[in-house]
Design a protein around this ligand. Structure first.
Ligand SMILES: Nc1nc2c(c(=O)[nH]1)N[C@H]1C(S)=C(S)[C@@H](COP(=O)(O)OP(=O)(O)OC[C@H]3O[C@@H](n4cnc5c(=O)[nH]c(N)nc54)[C@H](O)[C@@H]3O)O[C@H]1N2
Ligand SMILES: Nc1nc2c(c(=O)[nH]1)N[C@H]1C(S)=C(S)[C@@H](COP(=O)(O)OP(=O)(O)OC[C@H]3O[C@@H](n4cnc5c(=O)[nH]c(N)nc54)[C@H](O)[C@@H]3O)O[C@H]1N2
Ligand SMILES: [Mo]
Length: 766
């Protein structure tokens, strides 16, 4: 079942009749501010969000608008800020009151809602309670544990993408002086496929567009992304594009409200008259994992039309800049329509329509997120997106290009400064040139490899710079087991989460400052820097007083861990942590494009890191933009799984509700999808509900189909009838992470296939 809609039909959405944004967003923002019990402080903080001299919103990685003075926060940024700036505290009396066993019974929302962590805590493996520990002793535990390892490769240094450039640089330096490249990070579960696919095609792993390109594009295609929830400030950009007549095309198996209609809370007219702007003029709903087939179909149309009209392809660009065109053309020719239409479950007419919109627009941007990257064939799909862009010269052209919209606010910057388990050789060479130690060259473990390594006893100390590893990773039970087998787990965090109560044999909680807080070091107040999805690097200065006198900055914590583990013979950690400008000097010396780093971040909105592909310089082996000639997948996930069971197999995607930030659950509502007060729901089409003799509101057990003999299921999920292609179902993450097999990862990049899990359903009584 596929649908395409023009303006009119997108006006009403049964789940949420109003436009996204608007008064609904204001009401929700106010509610979250008030519940933080720190409303006045938070309103003051908000006005500094994403402003020069203020702090970078800890929410998403969307770029800032050029328009000075414009308010730069959204409803979900409000939630992120209010959540961090809560007045509630988790101190030693909290841990005295609740044992670890008790806390394990709490849900994720209740754990985090307890408040900010305020003092270092230690679980010694004997008592069932965390107990206070001095910072010095905590670092000694870490130093001793790391020194006792048989090999530095038994240590794992995880990073979540909120870490600043400064702390991330110091952290990777620490790991490499220690002797390992084991830097699993959230990116392994996120945009890894974009980085790998784009590097193979274009010689850069980053998006090729800037905010300016969005104001010049003739068409913007949004693939597998829900900006109304996850990048709300992007809706402002899309709204402006739509108003000036650019075509917005959404490709998503769900009719997401934000992609249909948006009322800008900053537009008095739209607020007063309760109107909004239509965002997507065209909306296509392919099957989960069907985007590669859809794009292949579009390419097929373009090649067919090229026979009559030579202007359909940008032959000048292809000739001058591209490699592998003929092989791609052959691969497209050998992809038959039957397979294309089956895999994307759109009609031939719909594909022709997409091709027409694409071919009639001069400057086109493709944006995408997790709907593209979390499938078996995600790298091939990213490369197919780039193939189709290249056919019409839409790379390195004003108003056109590829835009993987990043997740965490500094996940892109973390990679730039060296958080990478598989680092480029020239980066390692540069480190070796700068410092007096031999850098480890062996590849490290990514996130999924790390879980295997812990399970196999090959990794014994796990340190997390932020994030919530145990809840974000797949195969929950095995992830827990992996962490529990470690000798020591260390969490550097702002708030209590699952990963603090699923501990190694011993465990530490090291509480840190958040992005919104003032960071004072011996040289004075510090700023940090981050890089957004458009490669803009800018500074961020906290505004609020720290949550406690006994918490430290992430940078200070990493420096002290390094001191306790490897000493200061090679690097003077304390000196670097005393003044972050010194760390930026190191980054300038090691990483290209960061010349005059300290001076350049003083400019209003920071500086742009050059993107070679945007200049049509191709750092690929052939020194050309390279077409991929990958075949379509032989079978999609549900087809392989159907061979293993007689029950009808559905494909499950796991996604975010409107009231969550990854594993952080702010509340139980998903307003735009019409879900209130609950999260254990499964969205399902009327057709499938009928076929399985179920009714809307029934409860089901969801079971993964796999052939590894492990039973994976979650139960008591309520069916919510929804407009979703038949054969596809959707539910929230992280409640459904137990269903994702650890072995089920994307080809060539190891990202768990969070958006294509073959499942069956059984009715249960709740
Ligand atoms: N408020 C808030 N902001 C966030 C986050 C958050 O949790 N909350 N998380 C941050 C992070 S780390 C990330 S990575 C981003 C995530 O941003 P998104 O990628 O928008 O996150 P998801 O909720 O996983 O949504 C995936 C979208 O893709 C669609 N989709 C799923 N599978 C397919 C498919 O096969 N094909 C197509 N065409 N569409 C598909 C889904 O219907 C959904 O609309 O957001 C970041 N920003
Ligand atoms: N099923 C399923 N699983 C998924 C996904 C999916 O779509 N489906 N998406 C994947 C994606 S895209 C990602 S990026 C990962 C996310 O994985 P992670 O990045 O590991 O998880 P988060 O939930 O973002 O981490 C939240 C925790 O970070 C800590 N924190 C918050 N702010 C700070 C800070 O300023 N400093 C420090 N040190 N700690 C802080 C808090 O303690 C909070 O509890 O999850 C992945 N997992
Ligand atoms: Mo992400």
């Amino acid at each position: 079942m596929s649908t395409s809609s023009k303006n009119k039909s997108s006006k009403s959405n049964p789940a949420y009749p109003s436009p996204a944004g608007g008064w609904g967003a204001l009401k929700s923002s106010a509610k979250h501010l008030i519940h933080s019990e720190n409303a006045a402080k938070n309103v003051k903080a908000l006005l500094r969000a994403n402003q020069p001299g203020g702090f970078d919103c800890p929410g998403c990685a969307w770029g800032d608008s050029e328009k000075a003075g414009k308010i730069q926060f959204c409803e979900n940024g409000v939630k992120a800020i209010a959540w961090e700036a809560t007045s509630k505290r988790v101190d030693s009396s909290f841990f005295k009151q609740y044992s670890i066993t008790e806390l394990q019974q709490w849900d994720g929302h209740s754990l985090e809602k307890s408040g900010r962590l305020t003092e270092p805590m230690f679980y010694d493996g004997i008592s069932d309670h965390y107990q206070p520990i001095s910072w010095e002793n905590a670092f000694k535990v870490i130093g001793d544990s790391l020194q006792q390892l048989a090999s530095p490769n038994e240590a794992l240094l995880y990073t979540s993408g909120r870490a600043s450039n400064e702390v991330a640089y110091l952290y990777q330096l620490f790991g490499r002086v220690l002797g390992t490249n084991n830097f699993p990070d959230c990116s392994n579960m996120c945009h890894e496929a974009s980085g790998i696919g784009m590097t193979n095609s274009l010689g850069t792993g980053k998006g090729t567009v800037t905010m300016d390109d969005f104001s010049k594009a003739d068409a913007i295609f949004v693939f597998g992304q829900n900006p109304g929830t996850n990048h709300p400030r992007m809706l402002g950009t899309l709204r402006e594009a739509s108003k000036r007549g650019a075509k917005i095309v959404s490709i998503n198996n769900l009719k997401e409200r934000g992609l249909q209609k948006f009322s800008d809370p900053q537009s008095p007219k739209e607020m007063i008259f309760l109107t909004g702007t239509n965002i997507s003029q065209h909306y296509f709903t392919p099957r989960l994992g069907g985007d590669m087939a859809l794009l292949r179909g579009v390419a097929k149309c373009l090649f067919e039309r090229f026979e009559q009209d030579k202007s359909i392809l940008d032959t000048d660009f292809i000739q001058a800049h591209c490699h592998g065109f003929e092989a791609y053309q052959r691969s497209v020719a050998s992809s038959d329509w039957e397979k294309i239409l089956y895999q994307c479950s759109l009609s031939r007419e719909e594909i022709e329509q997409i091709a027409t919109i694409y071919a009639s627009s001069d400057k086109v941007i493709f944006t995408w997120a997790m709907g593209i990257t979390q499938h078996h064939h995600s790298v091939a799909t990213v490369r197919e997106l780039v193939n189709v862009l290249m056919l019409r010269g839409n790379v390195g052209k004003v108003g056109a290009g590829a835009c993987p919209v990043r997740g965490h606010s500094n996940v892109q910057g973390n990679r730039t400064v060296g958080i990478n388990e598989n680092p480029p050789m020239d980066f390692l060479d540069a480190l070796e040139k700068r410092y007096a130690f031999s850098v480890p060259r062996e590849h490290g473990f990514n996130t999924v490899d790390s879980i295997h390594a812990m399970l196999e006893g090959k990794a014994k100390v796990f340190i997390a710079l932020g994030g919530n590893f145990s809840a974000a990773t797949p195969d929950t039970e095995r992830s827990y087991q992996a962490l529990q087998q470690c000798d020591l787990t260390v969490q550097i965090s702002t708030k209590l989460n699952r990963s603090h109560v699923i501990t190694g044999k011993r465990a530490l909680i090291l509480p840190c400052l958040g992005r919104t807080e003032i960071d004072r070091q011996t040289s004075g107040e510090q700023c940090i820097t981050v890089e957004d999805s458009m490669s803009m690097v800018h500074s961020s200065t906290g505004q609020n007083e720290p949550a406690s006198d006994n918490i430290r900055s992430e940078t200070a914590i990493v420096a002290a861990m390094a001191m306790a583990s490897v000493g200061d013979k090679i690097i003077d950690w304390n000196k670097l942590a005393s003044d972050y400008a010194l760390i930026r000097q190191e980054i300038s010396a090691v990483i290209p494009d960061f010349e005059d780093y300290n001076a350049r971040i003083k400019a209003g909105r920071g500086f742009y890191l050059q993107n070679p592909a945007a200049q049509r310089q191709w750092r690929t082996p052939m020194k050309k933009a390279t077409f991929s000639d990958a075949k379509l997948p032989e079978q999609l996930a549900h087809e392989c799984a159907q061979l293993l069971t007689k029950k009808p197999v559905l494909t499950l995607q796991t996604m975010r509700s409107h009231d969550q930030y990854n594993t952080t659950i702010y509340g139980m509502d998903d307003r735009y999808r019409g879900v209130y007060g609950e999260r254990n729901v499964i969205f399902m089409s009327a057709e499938d509900i009928n076929k399985q003799a179920l009714i809307n509101g029934d409860y089901v057990k969801i079971t993964t189909i796999s052939n590894d003999g492990i039973e994976r299921s979650v139960t008591n999920f309520k069916i919510v009838e929804y407009q979703i292609p038949s054969g596809c179902v959707a539910a929230y993450y992280p409640e459904t992470n137990p269903l994702v097999p650890l072995e089920s990862v994307a080809d060539d990049c190891g990202t768990p296939t969070y958006k294509s899990i073959p499942v069956t359903l059984d009715k249960v009584s709740p």
